[in-house]
Design a protein around this ligand. Structure first.
Ligand code: PLP
Length: 447
């Protein structure tokens, strides 16, 4: 098909069909082809597409005002969403700063943390320890705390790269993730890094409680989250939880921190928080951190669109839908079923070397060899080939490199939290057919 040249550009030259409409877990292109959204876009559309209550709430807000600059007006929408967010997050995270996406939320967290250190007489604290692999966003600040060399290498001279510790990939290290000794083993790496950096120079530790695109839904081993929280407390280091992907019910709790009873100093949300209806993210912080910064002269940070009333009205309606439909519980129940289905596929397809996840954030990692877990040859680009094969069948899934950006392949399966068992049947059937085609295509290339 000949296409009119586009003035748009994003990552590359690939063209995609033109979207016509989207409803629930399905999308249709202008030629009428239907796609099932097996990854909620980029793990965004938690409540599904075109929810009428959210559209109605947006409409009501649009008729009142679509913009009110936050230095000129407070808005009922942003006040209501801040109050709702504070009520849903772990204890004490009761001050909320709105932004327009995940990277902005991470930037905001880094800058609030730094200003807290200055405000409390600790100017030597500036290092933010991160994990490798990890992904915290595409702006230069968020990228400096991202452990994914393929994305960071080109920009390294322009950034102050931050110290890294290994993500707790027990499956690759041959360790038992259910053994608390495994959790302690990886948490002690954080302690060692803090000691090596000089404890007084470390400001914060940023972590995705369940890994996102960079690790492929990595679930922390037993005891890990509690242990890293304890180490941060011991050294007076702030714990920043990046719940951009895991928040808003995705893992079967409103935020993943609840699974371990961990209370961070700062948490960031986006993606499912507004479920794709508008660009929105949030940074929530413990009250005393915010008060210290405000007492010291104010938070030197802001975005023009921060706290936009239309975005906040949509976000509030999304969160209300998550509650009204019981989507957190559905994510937990359907997540268990999805994981079991992926394990069933793993039993049939040797190319799957690991299946993991929590709630409706799940992944399968491809390998060349089950025993050694050696990755497939990188030049095969297995991660993107699988996505294209699934897409041709009308299944949307999301994939990335698993081993730090240059090697390894995983596919995230993360449908909207409204998904039913029948829709999981459909996703499983399409995954199975795709895996058959994928395994057959790879076989001659991997001998
Ligand atoms: N943090 C995590 C864990 C993410 O998964 C992402 C995006 O994928 C971001 C931050 C950045 O969010 P955004 O793409 O909205 O800027």
């Amino acid at each position: 098909m000949t296409r009119t040249p586009s003035h748009l550009f994003y990552q590359g030259r690939q063209r995609r069909p033109v979207l016509d409409q989207a409803r629930g877990v399905y999308l249709w292109d202008v030629d009428g082809k239907r796609y099932i959204d097996g990854s909620s876009g980029a793990m965004v559309c938690n409540i599904g597409h075109s929810n009428p209550r959210v559209l109605e709430a947006m409409h009501r807000q649009m008729e009142r005002s679509t913009f009110g600059y936050r230095l000129h007006f407070e808005t009922e929408a942003s006040e209501a969403l801040a109050a709702k967010t504070a009520a849903l997050l772990p204890e004490g995270l009761d001050r909320v700063f709105f932004v327009s996406g995940g990277s902005e939320a991470v930037e905001s967290a880094l800058k609030l943390a730094r200003q807290w250190a200055l405000a409390t007489g600790q100017p030597e604290r500036w290092k933010v320890v991160t994990r490798e692999p990890s992904y915290h966003g595409s702006t230069l600040g968020a990228l400096a705390v991202t452990g994914y060399d393929a994305l960071t290498d080109p920009f390294a001279p322009m950034m102050r790269m931050m110290p890294r510790v290994p993500a707790p990939r027990a499956y690759l290290d041959g360790l038992d993730p259910s053994d608390p000794a495994t959790g302690r083993h990886y948490a002690e790496m954080l302690r060692a890094r803090i000691e090596a950096e000089g404890p007084d120079s470390v400001l914060a530790f940023i972590v995705e409680p369940v890994g996102g695109a960079s690790t492929g839904a990595l679930v922390p081993p037993a005891g890990y989250m509690e242990a890293v929280a304890e180490i941060c407390r011991e050294y007076g280091i702030l714990l920043i939880l990046d719940e951009v992907m895991t928040g808003a019910g995705r893992t079967g709790a409103f935020c993943a921190a609840e699974h371990w009873g961990v209370v961070p100093d700062i948490m960031v949300l986006s993606k499912g928080f507004a479920a794709g209806y508008v660009p929105l993210g949030a940074m929530a912080a413990q009250g005393e951190i915010v008060e210290a910064v405000l007492d010291a002269g104010g938070f030197l940070h802001g975005y023009t669109y921060a706290g936009n009333p239309l975005a906040c009205a949509a976000g509030l309606a999304v969160v209300e839908e998550i509650e009204r439909q019981g989507l957190v519980a559905n994510a937990a129940a359907r997540g268990g079923s999805l994981l079991a289905r992926l394990r069933g596929l793993m039993a049939r397809f040797p190319v799957i070397g690991d299946v993991r996840g929590m709630g409706l954030l799940t992944a399968m990692e491809f390998v060349a060899d089950r025993e050694s877990l050696a990755p497939l040859p990188a030049h095969l680009n297995a991660f993107s080939r699988f996505v294209e094969m699934a897409y041709a069948r009308g299944l949307i899934v999301y994939s990335r490199r698993s081993r730090g950006g240059y090697a390894g392949d995983h596919v995230l399966v993360a449908p909207p939290l409204i998904a039913t068992e029948a829709q999981l049947d459909e996703i499983e059937g399409l995954l199975e057919a795709t895996l058959e085609e994928f395994s057959a295509a790879l076989a001659p290339e991997t001998v």
